[in-house]
Design a protein around this ligand. Sequence first.
Ligand code: HEM
Length: 682
Amino acid sequence: MENQHAFSHRDANVGHRHIRRQITSTSTNYTQIKEDIQAALTDSQSFWPADFGDYAPFFIRLAWHCSGSHRRSDGRGGCDGGRIRFLPEHAWADNTNLDKAIRILTPVKQKYPEISWGDFIVFTGNTAIESMGGPTLGFCAGRQDDSDGSASVELGPTPEQVLLANCTLNGNCSIPLGTKQIGLIYVNPGGPLGVPDPVGSAKDIRDVFSTRMGFTDNETVALIGGGHEFGKTHGACPSGPGPSPLEDPTNPWPGTCGTGALKGIGPNAYTSGFEGSWTDTPTQWSNDYFNNLLDFDWETFIGPGNQTQWRPTNASAPNIRMLTADIALLHDPIYKSILPTYANDLQKLGTDFAAAWYKLTTEDMGPQSRCINADAPPPQEFQNPLPAPPANPASASAVSAAIKSSLLYTANSNITSDSSENGGTWFGTQFVDLAYQCASTYRSTDYRGGCNGARIRFSPEKDLPWNAGTDQILQVLESVKTQFGDALTWSDLIVLAAQTALADATSGSSVVFDFAVGRSDALDGTQSISFPFRDYYETVDIAVTDSADVVGLSAYDVVALAGRPRSDVEQKRRGLFGSYLNGTSKLTNAYYNLLLNQTWTPIEGSPSFLALSSSTGVYESKENPGTYMLDSDIFLLSNATYKDIVEEFASNESSFLVHFAEAWNWLLLVDLHEINTGGANT
Ligand code: HEM
């Protein structure tokens, strides 16, 4: 039987051809939208009456939960895509009753088809904060709505998530999952696995906010405390919110507390099961949360929702409540040391909260150049800003001519050639290889990585086992870099060397490679995105299909890119036995015919860069000993969708070349966001 890959519900055109429905227009009138949102904040609806007559805290929670699903491991999640409207996120326990927030906002959104839901939800969160006197840094527009929730299936709870990252003890999930508990945005408010242990809760908070999401301790404290300056928790009685959207899609979470017209709503609402607010001014920005935490002694009690929560022991205290995850901030020495700063300095809290909120809601948007509104804040550290590219970059054709005349066929003491065709040596495969390793760090999930920045020149990227030999190829390219000086960046050079090699390898055919310049060089490797979490993949099939999904490749792209010129010499440098090489400087479909027409035998104990449980990374041809394939190649035969395309390319070389050029050009250009968004670098 065919070994169908894990995500077989997707058709051949997955990845960058995900259908994206709504893209915010550059002419969107935010002033008008803001006015309508402001009006909606205090327009209490009978189906979900506003607490304190103001929906602002509720809408902040919507924006936070929409954004907070983003995880650094693979860049998935976040409000870009607007998938909180769809399953699976829609039904998460943590998102209980947020369907009502979306329903309240829908009439406003309907007036403005020119803004995406993702942008609208985050913009609503900003408007809500500002309406209560709170600070914001600004807004980055450009989220594009998905037409369904499929890009969140790996966040869980779904069979796809179990295959990719099984969480055997829900409440104690590990990376690559972004959360401790599937169905919650981050940590359990009631403490680890629901046990009201503030010390353990603080550990969970640092684990998820810092390790999995990249916040500093200061940012974490500012965010949690700043967020909980507003609003309240809901848990009026023990009997819960009623059926979830999975159990009753038409009327989810109707609420079970109370009776009569207000059954399940207003004072009878049940969302998390906890009850009460953190401050006695829940619709005003302040630093009371921090003062309350520090000024009072706190004890546990069982609230009306039958959950353990915390209340002050002091008789003079206002009627306020805390969650175990709030009290946790008192039980960690570093978090605790930050609290007085914010308790004493509202201004400082404002600055730090605004910056952290912007990071929280914008981290999945990639570089600042992707913000489509002119008044977006300047590049922030979390957006991995690159220096400006050269104002007058060297012409691509001049660089390419230099590469062709002095490097492509010229013997070089730094590297061994792969092919001795055409009366000389050919180094093209190694140039292609370097560019591929450089570019394939790109993640379409949050638009990070890619060859722009050329971070592959630095540790840690260049030291990864699959990048062994990078220094030698860079040394080969050095002479052309010197020739053009500052007008040529390393990242443009790496890409142009590959394009030159590929144009050479396909001369005589009609395929065209894109010679765009405009990349810039990072100053170090600190913001490197290594290939999507190779350390976590259990099996080769998950590794191939999931990395393709994260990079944004369709099935055609995956199979076409596998047929790129690949260097035998390079593979040996990586400690592999070698790899398919057709011994020619011409790009042909020989790879696919070889793959289909040999008997491939696993070499026991050969390493795999792809998967933890795989003991076999290399396969050898029985008919042609000394010819090798990697486990990722062999997988193309055991997956129906890929195999079908292998067969097509094997019999139709021009189909291969066309698909290859399309996939390659896409991958090598996709991180030039200025070009993609119609900016200056064309
Ligand atoms: C409400 C937990 C972080 C903003 C809530 C509720 C819980 C909770 C249980 C009550 C939901 C309900 O019953 O209605 C947590 C935990 C956090 C966290 C465990 C992290 C450790 C944040 C952050 C923000 C935020 C980072 C925003 C910056 C809010 C707001 C509400 C709220 C505004 C009030 C919603 C309303 O009034 O309807 N949170 N939260 N929370 N949270 Fe958080």
